[in-house]
Design a protein around this ligand. Structure first.
Ligand SMILES: O=C(O)CCC(=O)C(=O)O
Length: 339
């Protein structure tokens, strides 16, 4: 995670390197619809975020707002201005660069910042398989970044994900999980796998990628943060900008990130479909899954442009007031990682 000064810290740089560098990480993301950056948060940053999250559970309760009504999960919502560690994460140059890569530099907004913790031994903590973008009418692009605050293991509720399940139609029409009943969406899906990682990992998940939280069969918490970015037409999950203090908005602006602040809720339609609030929409064309792992679609791989990626990353640092010298070293790092 980047420090207040802007550039990525050693943990974030090492995480990117572990994923093969910026371009390799993006190639994995484009191919599979998600990429894991192990060790993105340092041990200290992970501990600080975990402590801040527990303090909020103690002071706010465990039923935080969010798009997903989560029985048997502890939830927090609207974390943007609930501690500097959350603010820094929401402004992190690498995370912002990933979000902008999918959503576009000008049209990328904060949409949600939640905590999620499936309570131990509660079967109904399992979520239906879903694609985050499907929850938000009018949303044309969405990126969800999951930050693991505890290890994600097969027994404690590591989320499931279906690699390559995002729409490959190229027309943004989506291809959402569909089933005759909601309970069927709880069943395993062909090709699904679990996201196993140590605490501190960041998982960049495309908004069209099918995934879902799982139940926690351990006796310990399995905490995660979810940082959601969307296109400007997407209704935020709650009032974000007005809930941020003037001081925080100034800091965000000073980093050159004021464009991330969404419009007030009142400027959006009411949002979720009235007949199926908080449910996965149905009826779209089912996606053909290929559990055997066919080649990635040509257009997805072709969408990668090395120079654009590097420039996007450097631009994201530049807009945050990072000095030329650091910019130079960031650029050099990226080019080294490309080799
Ligand atoms: O287990 C997790 O943290 C992921 C949950 C999730 O996918 C969601 O809330 O949309």
């Amino acid at each position: 995670m980047a420090t207040d000064q802007g550039p990525p810290d050693a943990a974030a740089a090492a995480a990117l390197a572990a994923a093969g560098g910026w371009v390799a990480a993006l190639a994995t993301y484009e191919r599979d619809g998600f990429v894991t950056l192990p060790g993105f948060l340092s041990r200290e940053a992970t501990a600080e975020l975990r402590n801040a999250t527990e303090q909020l559970f103690a002071s706010e309760g465990t039923d935080g707002l969010g798009a997903y009504a989560a029985p048997s999960c502890r939830r927090l919502g609207n974390l943007f201005d609930k501690g500097r560690c959350f603010e820094q994460l929401a402004c992190d140059p690498l995370l912002v660069a990933f979000a902008r890569n999918t959503i576009g530099a000008d049209g990328c907004r904060w949409q949600a910042f939640n905590a999620h913790d499936p309570r131990p031994r509660q079967p109904d903590a399992r979520q239906p398989v879903h694609a985050d973008r499907s929850f938000f009418p009018g949303c044309t692009a969405y990126v969800n970044i999951i930050l693991a605050l505890d290890d994600f293991t097969p027994t404690n509720g590591a989320p499931r994900v279906v690699p390559r399940s995002r729409s490959i139609q190229g027309d943004n029409s989506g291809a959402w999980p569909a089933a005759d009943s909601d309970s069927a969406l709880l069943e395993p899906v062909a090709g699904e796998t679990r996201i196993l990682c140590a605490a501190g990992a960041a998982i960049i998940c495309h908004g069209d990628t099918w995934h879902g939280g799982m139940e926690n069969w351990s006796d310990a918490p399995r905490r995660a943060l979810h940082l959601g970015f969307s296109c400007p037409a997407t209704r935020p999950q709650y009032e974000i900008t007005a809930e941020c203090s003037a001081a925080m908005r100034e800091r965000v602006a000073a980093r050159g990130l004021a464009a991330l602040l969404p419009q007030p809720l009142a400027s959006f339609d009411s949002g979720l479909p009235p007949d199926r609030p908080n449910k996965v929409p149905r009826g779209n064309a089912p996606l053909l899954l290929d559990p055997e792992g066919a080649e990635a679609p040509a257009q997805a791989a072709g969408a990668l442009d090395e120079e654009v990626m590097v420039e996007g990353y450097v631009q994201s640092l530049r807009t945050q007031g990072v000095s030329n010298q650091l910019l130079f070293s960031a650029r050099a790092t990226q080019h080294l990682l490309l080799c």
